[in-house]
Every structure is written in structure tokens, then in C-alpha cells.
Ligand binder design. Structure first.
Ligand code: C5P
Length: 218
């Protein structure tokens, strides 16, 4: 039987993670935060002292990665690394290893493993284009760079992590440029994706927008 998938892609801090998790909760479906898989591999690579440009080394680390997602936390080698994962350094390192084709290939099955009944809501950069091209609904979420920097700032402060709005805006623009210009699975909306600009929308409004499409296509 076909397992229904909703793919939500978009740039960093566009709100896709929050929206995807809430849509999954409303539907009672599983949720995949694919960015956290890139982040956990980046963290493992850093901890093992690997050069982040060492494609075969990082890809090999991906194959043997001891990672678990449970009780709302991410575990690496049996340790809760949830807080480390959210750090800007980890996000930047993730975006660097994400440019390597062998690394993306090594993480493909790990992401597809999340696709189980009754359904999956997956967020990332290439959910609709590469990982789950058969998704019945593809959403491309965007927001202005300034709005995204402000949201990321609030998230970090809430978690008790240090943040500077100007640095965040600069990092975010650098990360967008790297994600959009890479040769494999660059960040871009699929031809069959629905565009949603959340700059002026509340979280609830964005969730409702997605839910309306789910009902319409269901
Ligand atoms: O979404 P998040 O900021 O957690 O992702 C961290 C980085 O991982 C992104 O900047 C991107 O380079 C990479 N990524 C990716 N493909 C995905 C999810 C994340 O390349 N599906």
C-alpha cells in the first residue's frame, strides 16, 4: 500500500519544522526533521575529528552512525545531543557536509525509513524533489531573510543559547547561498510544489493553509 507523504521544503528558519511537526500532530502521522539527520552527522564528524570536506570519510561515518530519535530528543552514541544540534556551528557544519553527493546518498535510506503507516510529514530541502518525490502534497515555505533571522534569534534565546541578530542574518544568507548553489539536490521549489510565504503569517495560519490542501487532496 502507498504510504501518504507530505513534503515541506524551504530555507533555514522559514518555519517549516514547526509547521511540519504541527501538521503531523493534527493528522496523527510520523514526522521527519531531515535537517537533524544532517546535523547529527555533522556533530559526529566534528567529534571524530574528521575534515568536513572529506567526502568518503564523512559518508563512511554516516553508514555506521549510532543515532536514535526518542522522547523528543536526538541521541548520538547513547548521549542526548539535542541542544548541541541546534547550535549555529552545527547548522553551518551540516550545510557543508550536505554539499557532498556521497554523504547525501548515504543518508537517503535513513530518511526513507521514517516513511511508515499511517503517513509521514517530512521537512527539509529536498523532501519533494529527491527523498519522497511521490509525495501527494509538496509545500515550499519561504519568508524574508529578516523575518527568518528574527525567528531564529527568538528560538535560540528561548533555549538559553547566545545569539546576535546581525551574525544570524549573515550566517543565514551564507547558508541559503550554499544550499541553493550546490550541485546535488539544491534548495529550490519543485515544479509541483505549492508556494507559501510565511513572512506575514502566524504559525497557526501557515498550519491551516497546509491542512486546507490536505483536505482538498485527500
Ligand atoms: O533544516 P536545518 O537548518 O536543520 O538543516 C541544516 C542543514 O542541513 C541545511 O542548511 C542544509 O544544508 C542541510 N539539509 C539538506 N537537506 C535536507 C535537510 C537539511 O541539505 N533535507
Amino acid at each position: 500500500d502507498l504510504i501518504p507523504v507530505i513534503a515541506i521544503d524551504g530555507p533555514t528558519a522559514s518555519g517549516k519544522g514547526t509547521v511540519a511537526a504541527l501538521v503531523a500532530e493534527k493528522l496523527g502521522w510520523h514526522y521527519l526533521d531531515s535537517g537533524s539527520i544532517y546535523r547529527v552527522l555533522a556533530l559526529a564528524a566534528i567529534r571524530r575529528g574528521l575534515d568536513l570536506a572529506n567526502e568518503s570519510g564523512v559518508a563512511a561515518a554516516a553508514t555506521g552512525l549510532d543515532v536514535a530519535f526518542s522522547s523528543g530528543s536526538v541521541w548520538l552514541d547513547g548521549e542526548d545531543v539535542s541542544l548541541d544540534l541546534r547550535r549555529e556551528e552545527t547548522g553551518n557544519a551540516a550545510s557543508r557536509i550536505a554539499t557532498l553527493p556521497a554523504v547525501r546518498a548515504a543518508l537517503l535510506e535513513r530518511q526513507r525509513d521514517f516513511c511508515v503507516m499511517p503517513g509521514l510529514v517530512a521537512d527539509g530541502r529536498d523532501m519533494g524533489s529527491v527523498v519522497f518525490p511521490e509525495s501527494f502534497l509538496k509545500i515550499f515555505l519561504t519568508a524574508s531573510a529578516e523575518a527568518r533571522a528574527e525567528r531564529r534569534y527568538k528560538q535560540l534565546i528561548e533555549k538559553g543559547l547566545a545569539a546576535n541578530i546581525d551574525d544570524l542574518l549573515r550566517d543565514l544568507q551564507e547558508r541559503d547561498a550554499r544550499d541553493a548553489s550546490r550541485l546535488v539536490a539544491p534548495l529550490k521549489a519543485c515544479a509541483d510544489a505549492v508556494l507559501l510565504d510565511t513572512t506575514k503569517l502566524s504559525i497557526d495560519e501557515a498550519v491551516q493553509f497546509v491542512m486546507d490542501f490536505v483536505v482538498q487532496r485527500g
